[in-house]
Design a protein. Structure first.
Length: 195
């Protein structure tokens, strides 16, 4: 059995419990399941299978790809200011390079002037009943390597939802982020599913 399946088993058990046993804080019902980035395709298959099994137990599973939130944010930025958004980022990358373009996207996702990622996620979660639902946040690599740190997202999500949420995180063990790089520690305590 792969280590990925070894991690899915306890997660499934915790999600089937009533109430789910995933959160450390009542106002931050998040757990992080770390997996090796090379297991991405296997993880996607396992998530679908897990969603099916949970659905058979009358759990409503919502899969929200972080890549979808990223594209949505860029569209909303463009709606606010037609000189900003994806085309502006592409032009900036051509003119000044990837790092500057990435910093601009980070600004879009972390500034109240634009579209804070945590507000966008909270808005998506607001329509989901916390009673019998679970959310899987997937495709987190869309935020790599430095577009948006997931520790900041979790920090900003305090008190914004009651829906059990699992962040599937493609990164190294022991506080290492994408491709083994260290991610800033926000001090937020979440349940970490071994992986």
């Amino acid at each position: 059995m792969s280590s990925l399946k070894d991690s899915i088993g306890p997660l499934e058990s915790d999600l089937k419990a009533m109430p789910p046993r995933i959160n450390v804080y009542h106002d931050l019902p998040f757990a992080i399941m770390r997996y090796d980035p090379t297991d991405e395709w296997e993880l996607r298959r396992e998530i679908k299978l897990l969603a099916t099994r949970l659905g058979a137990m009358d759990k409503e599973v919502h899969i929200i790809p972080m890549s979808e939130l990223l594209w949505s944010a860029l569209e909303k930025v463009h709606e606010k200011d037609d000189e900003e958004g994806l085309e502006a980022v592409v032009a900036l990358e051509r003119e000044r390079g990837y790092v500057e373009a990435q910093q601009q996207v980070t600004t879009y996702l972390s500034s109240k002037v634009w579209i804070p990622l945590w507000d966008l996620l909270a808005e998506r979660l607001a329509s989901i009943s916390p009673q019998n639902s679970v959310v899987f946040l997937t495709r987190v690599a869309a935020m790599s390597p430095g577009i948006f740190h997931m520790s900041m997202l979790l920090d900003k999500m305090h008190g914004k939802t009651k829906v059990a949420t699992i962040l599937f995180y493609p990164g190294g063990a022991r506080r290492k982020g994408f491709r083994g790089e260290r991610e800033k520690d926000s001090g937020v305590k979440t349940n970490r599913i071994p992986g």
